[in-house]
Design a protein around this ligand. Structure first.
Ligand code: NAP
Length: 534
């Protein structure tokens, strides 16, 4: 460890070297704070370090899914595809780490086991699985929203003799499925991206689907030099526009209502957006996420598209979701539905009867064994709270965060918790995070946290902690905002429903990025209203 960062003078420990932890380190350094990052992986990149499954790529366009804090960085980096694939995103993360000389303050292969607030010293004591112990005035959790893989407790799981993979924990060296019989369990975004590629490789692919998912085409393409030049010239205005949208993405969100538009016009608009590709599709009408009737017009359009893409009408029917479109995260696909036209792909619907068991030789469903050489679990994550709850986090009086959150996460602005002084979470539950473009959301959080630390330093204050009443009010507001939308109505990971026993609480803030930024700015301008400072 660098002598400058000797724990006695360490201002902050940052947990995680994904996009959040990296920028947090850079920002704090620039402000003259000392910080050390602890990272479980052997490199930077977070999500893009772990999710190396075939086909992994972002579903927000690369030119927007990137940092904006450094204009030089923004100008010098050239994205090659509309939606960057995981290797390119990891190269970008690595480039940023090298460009800003971040790695000298990151301990890799270091998993944080516990973090406890020492009240007498006013410092956090952080312990790692490999026996390190650090203390710092601030502890900043940059642990990611979708970083704790969920492996359901299937009967017989351990008996399987073949190879087992989870999309969120993919081997660095990659996997060659050539000539193999492969099972995939799950049909969320990770499966939708990986299934077409695995199907092209494997001898046979058997997909176990519990809930059919809506996917819109990506229309991914290589980016032309003149397009990149245009974006670079317009970056400041594009980024400013993005901050005014609900998702922090520079999209053209319509202010027309589907129910006030004729059926022909509606279809024309859906078709236009379908041909353009990507998540922009759901911005077609303003009432899609608040009115069942409006939503049905959109869902019908996508179901018709699925039927036009899949030759066998029965398979098309099984692949057609019946739930609210956009309730679960919309998937962006490259040839997903067409993959089910291949002769080497079988779809097994387990919506009405769960998978019976994993057997030594495969997967048994509906009483029939499907023999395979490998199983890919595309079964998602214990989202938003999972990574934090894996760490034994103790605040004042030894209060455990797991205990505080036993009935669902409670945090003020998704950034700090009553009972846990000087602890920050970047894109924590109660912040817009996963409902927005993560990069600008991360930057907003990092800058707000750094500003609050500077504010304290300027006034020689040692502690910042949310007041219980302010936290209570924010948690209420987050819940109330969610309950007004259709997103509240399905069994999504936003609600924690994918994890047995997890409280059903809508975790991200759905009020939109601009409203959230305004609230955070007001809180800061009011001398950190809702926080106790001492
Ligand atoms: P996910 O959306 O949670 O999907 C998990 C899948 O596994 C679902 O189909 C789920 O079925 C199924 N599953 C879980 N337990 C099961 C069980 N016991 N038996 C049968 N099926 C089971 O996870 P994900 O695909 O990894 O995606 C998670 C999130 O990560 C996405 O929503 C997105 O936000 C993000 N992501 C983004 C990208 C991107 O940017 N392009 C790519 C991948 C992921 P049910 O639906 O019935 O629960």
């Amino acid at each position: 460890m660098d002598a400058r960062n000797h724990e006695a003078d360490l201002d902050a420990v940052i947990v995680g070297a994904g996009f959040a932890g990296m920028y947090m380190l850079h920002r704090l350094r620039g402000l003259g704070f000392t910080a050390r990052v602890l990272e479980a992986g052997s490199g930077v990149g977070g999500t893009w370090y772990w999710n190396r499954y075939p086909g992994a790529r972002c579903d927000v366009e690369s030119v927007q899914y990137s940092y904006q804090f450094s204009s030089d960085l923004q100008q010098e980096w050239d994205w090659t595809e509309r939606y960057a694939a995981q290797p390119e995103l990891l190269r970008y993360a690595d480039h940023v780490a090298d460009r800003f000389d971040l790695k000298r303050d990151i301990d890799f292969n270091t998993r944080v086991k516990s973090a406890a607030f020492d009240e007498a010293a006013g410092r956090w004591v952080i312990e790692t699985a490999n026996g390190k112990r650090l203390s710092a005035r601030f502890c900043i959790m940059a642990t990611g929203c979708l970083s704790s893989p969920n492996l359901p407790d299937f009967k017989g799981l351990e008996s399987f003799k073949g190879d087992r993979y989870h999309t969120g924990y993919w081997p660095k060296e990659g996997v060659d499925f050539t000539g193999k019989r492969v099972a995939v369990i799950g049909t969320g975004s990770s499966a939708v991206q990986s299934i077409p590629i695995m199907a092209a490789q494997a001898a046979h692919l058997t997909v176990f689907q519990r809930t059919a998912n809506y996917a819109v085409p990506a229309h991914n393409k290589a980016l032309e030099a003149d397009y990149i030049a245009r974006v670079k010239a317009e970056y400041p205005t594009m980024r400013a526009r993005a901050r005014t949208t609900m998702t922090g993405i520079d999209f053209d969100y319509s202010d027309r209502a589907a129910l006030e538009t004729s059926a022909e016009d509606r279809t024309r608009e859906y078709e236009r957006r379908w041909n353009h590709g990507g998540l922009w599709f759901l911005g077609a009408f303003k009432d899609l996420m608040v009115s069942d009737e409006a939503n049905a017009t959109c869902a019908d359009f996508v179901r018709a598209k699925i039927h036009s893409r899949v030759r066998d009408p029965e398979i098309a029917r099984l692949l057609s979701p019946t739930n609210t479109i956009g309730c679960k995260r919309l998937c962006v696909d490259i040839g997903y539905y067409e993959t089910f036209n291949r002769g080497n792909v079988t779809l097994i619907d387990v919506s009405e009867r769960p998978i019976d068991a994993i057997t030594p030789e495969g997967v048994r469903a509906h009483g029939r064994e499907h023999k395979v050489d490998a199983i890919v679990f595309a079964t998602g994550f214990d989202a938003m709270t999972g990574a934090l709850n894996k760490i034994d986090i103790r605040g004042r009086g030894g209060l455990a965060l797991r205990e505080k959150w036993s009935a669902g996460p409670r945090a003020y602005l998704g950034v700090a918790m009553a009972g846990f002084p000087n602890l920050y979470t970047i894109t924590g539950p109660g912040s817009p995070s996963v409902l927005t473009n993560m990069l600008p959301t991360i930057e907003q959080h990092v800058e707000w946290i750094a500003d609050s630390m500077t504010y304290m330093r300027d006034r020689q204050l040692g502690r910042i902690e949310p007041v219980a009443a302010a936290e209570e009010e924010w948690v209420g507001h987050v819940g109330e905002a969610a309950s007004r939308t259709l997103r509240y109505t399905c069994s999504s990971w936003y609600l924690g429903v994918n994890i047995p026993g997890k409280p059903r609480v809508f975790m991200p803030y759905i009020g939109g990025f601009p409203k959230y930024i305004a609230k955070c700015n007001d809180v800061a301008a009011g001398g950190y209203e809702g926080f106790a400072l001492a």
